[in-house]
Ligand binder design. Structure first.
Ligand SMILES: Cc1cc2nc3c(=O)[nH]c(=O)nc-3n(C[C@H](O)[C@H](O)[C@H](O)COP(=O)(O)O)c2cc1C
Length: 172
């Protein structure tokens, strides 16, 4: 059984809707277990136990959510192995594991996507899907309201299905 982990943060429900759709899609693969963890409580052990991971975040001020950054800050070194006694430096225990990203944004989202891609480079995770940026529609400018479109929810479902099935059959 493969383990697919979703680490998420959502303040006003947009990212949560994307995660729910992703999980719905992922459940179609019976031999992948899907685990969701709030970034507030996620641990390095959660990450080390996962065969694949999806980071889900709003864009806040052009960056990932602070709680997701805090998760990476407190887990980073626990996911690295010290190989200095063998003449090396450190290497990532997560190297090569597949990941992707779900972003919910007001009008952009690229900064949050970039910040996640850049920060997980240190773990040598492997991005197996470009991920999804959902921009809320129908809200007032500058507000966090508006809805996540059905098109974006469907894209999140499809990504969930693709990721879970890819893990289940061992092609990711
Ligand atoms: C403090 C704050 C900062 C934000 N900064 C951005 C931003 O830089 N770019 C953007 O596109 N949307 C921005 N937004 C809008 C949120 O990304 C958007 O409302 C998103 O759907 C929130 O996700 P959530 O509902 O999962 O909390 C910001 C919202 C808040 C509350």
């Amino acid at each position: 059984m493969a383990n697919l982990l979703v680490i998420h943060h959502s303040a006003s429900g947009g990212t949560r809707a994307l995660v729910a759709a992703f999980v719905e899609g992922a459940h179609s693969a019976e031999s992948t277990r899907v685990l969701t963890r709030s970034a507030d409580v996620a641990t390095a052990t959660d990450l080390l136990s996962a065969d694949g991971v999806v980071f889900a975040s709003p864009e806040n001020f052009g960056y990932m959510a602070g709680s997701l950054k805090a998760f990476v800050d407190r887990s980073f070194y626990q996911c690295m192995a010290d190989t200095t006694s063998h003449g090396g430096g450190t290497h990532s225990k997560l190297a090569g594991r597949p990941y992707s990203v779900l972003i919910c944004a007001g009008n952009d989202g690229t900064g949050a996507m970039y910040s996640i891609d850049r920060i997980v480079t240190g773990w040598r995770l492997r991005k197996v899907h470009p991920g999804l940026i959902a921009r809320r529609v129908g809200g007032e400018a500058g507000s966090s309201r508006g809805t996540v479109s059905e098109t974006d929810l469907q894209a999140a479902r499809e990504l969930g299905q693709l990721f879970a099935e890819g893990l289940a059959i061992g092609v990711l």
